[in-house]
Design a protein around this ligand. Structure first.
Ligand SMILES: Nc1ncnc2c1ncn2[C@@H]1O[C@H](COP(=O)(O)OP(=O)(O)OP(=O)(O)O)[C@@H](O)[C@H]1O
Length: 240
């Protein structure tokens, strides 16, 4: 097993006329849950898109399982959930997942497993356009879990979910990691940071920190991750 599922070296991305990532270096350790945190617009989605191989104008190096990001051989090994639901409104949850299983070449028997994993069993036969926003995003997550991908990249998967569901989903993320999957989970909710094995803190297209939650808190001399983030920003500004 490779030590790092993902390795990013000096990743620069230009979107439109602007450079939005300025040279990111980071690794995602195999079998870990990494949180990607930072304010709106700091470049989280752009880094995610570079890792899953969907972003244009990437320079530097992004390797996934030792292959260049976007390589055809990586298809099926990566599950990606965007911020927008990616399921069809006019199909039921089960119909959607059967469709995606067929497209991915995944055994249809996997559909029931992923529906249970995201706790949508009681809505399996409901049309997606009749679900709540949180239920719809869980249906998208279920689609990404089909076939047990080795790398799961989740862009703000817990937005709009109540605390119980958020806790259950984080438990699921850690179960998947314990089984060997690597997860990258973006959030701008700082209180989710403590649930991660490792944190990448971004600001304005740069990585401010790449450490464990405990080490980050200790370095900033606080018990509050939001405060730690602000301390790091102030230190960086002071160092300029
Ligand atoms: N299609 C585009 N063309 C030009 N600039 C873009 C485009 N999409 C995003 N950007 C810019 O790139 C920067 C990074 O955006 P990105 O979506 O990666 O941020 P984010 O951290 O994921 O934000 P959020 O938490 O709000 O989703 C932003 O300044 C944004 O305005």
């Amino acid at each position: 097993m490779m030590k790092n599922a993902v390795e990013c070296r000096t990743v620069v991305v230009v979107r439109g006329a602007r450079e939005v990532l300025h040279g990111i270096d980071c690794n995602l350790a195999t079998g870990s849950v990494t949180g990607l945190l930072g304010p709106s617009g700091c470049g989280k989605t752009t880094l995610i898109r570079a890792i899953v191989g969907l972003q244009a104008k990437v320079t530097g190096e992004v390797q996934v399982f030792g292959l260049p990001a976007g390589a055809a051989k990586l298809r099926g090994r990566i599950g990606y959930v965007t911020q927008e639901p990616s399921v069809y409104g006019d199909l039921t949850v089960t119909e959607n997942l059967r469709f995606f299983a067929a497209v991915l070449g995944v055994d249809p028997s996997d559909v029931d497993r992923v529906i249970e994993a995201v706790d949508l069993g009681s809505h399996a036969t409901a049309r997606v356009d009749q679900l709540s926003g949180g239920q719809r995003s869980r249906a998208s997550l279920a689609a990404a879990l089909l076939g047990n991908p080795e790398l799961l990249v989740l862009d703000e998967p817990t937005v709009g979910l109540d605390p119980v569901l958020r806790r259950d989903l984080w438990d699921l993320f850690h179960r998947l990691a314990a089984e060997g999957a690597t997860l990258l989970v973006s959030s701008h909710v700082m209180d989710e940071a403590s649930r991660c094995d490792r944190l990448l803190l971004m600001r304005d297209g740069d990585l401010l920190a790449d450490d464990t939650p405990d080490a980050l808190l200790a370095a900033a001399g606080t018990t509050d991750i939001e405060q730690a983030f602000l301390t790091l920003i102030d230190r960086k500004a002071g160092a300029r």
